[in-house]
Design a protein around this ligand. Structure first.
Ligand code: IMP
Ligand code: MG
Length: 172
């Protein structure tokens, strides 16, 4: 596999995002909402860059991918979305590709009337998403390659790689 973004570069960008988010939410209560599982590693690093005592951590599991293809339908543990009513939500994603996952989730969220919703994503495939989902805090715009590492998987594997690598096939 080929390295696209090194652990060092990731660290630097995560710090910058944390600084920007901390400034924007200064003095405000908000919920840092991790979208499992992809954003766990990124989220854990970013969360520690948030300089505020008014931030809560929460998570939700959404899933739409099988292998390297989007299935087009999203599964979610509906659980208690109602807990987000009246909250300022910062949704933390690993990657926005076609935008299917977040479009679905944002629609579901609207029903429970949060106070505000913003999106933070480490990656966006802008050419694929084409503005369907608006990312407020973006780490990196990437091309249409399938990437793994730093929490991102191929069929649940490779999440533990420290760098972002381009996935090129089964035989490695
Ligand atoms: P979307 O619904 O097409 O926007 O895809 C979003 C979800 O698909 C992300 O949360 C990831 O879990 C997964 N995904 C999309 N592209 C990639 C990739 O290049 N590598 C790993 N996972 C990806
Ligand atoms: Mg994901």
């Amino acid at each position: 596999m080929k390295t696209l973004i090194s652990a060092e570069e990731l660290k630097k960008r995560v710090k910058e995002l944390g600084k920007q988010i901390s400034e924007d939410y200064e003095g405000k209560e908000f919920t840092f909402l991790l979208v499992l599982k992809g954003s766990t590693i990124f989220g854990a690093d970013l969360f520690r860059e948030i300089k505020s005592h008014r931030v809560e951590l929460d998570c939700i599991r959404l899933s739409s991918y099988k292998g390297t293809k989007s299935t087009g339908s999203v599964s979610m543990d509906h659980g208690e979305l109602a807990r987000f009513e009246g909250r300022n939500l910062l949704v933390v994603e690993d990657i926005v590709d076609t935008g299917t996952t977040l479009s679905f989730f944002l629609k579901e969220l609207e029903k429970v009337k949060p106070e505000s919703v913003r999106i933070c994503s480490l990656f966006e495939k802008k050419k694929v998403n084409q503005g369907k989902v608006k990312v407020d805090y973006l780490g990196f715009d990437i091309g249409n390659e399938f990437i793994v590492g730093y929490g991102l998987d191929y069929n649940q594997k490779y999440r533990n790689l420290p760098d972002i690598e381009i996935y090129e096939g089964e035989n490695d």
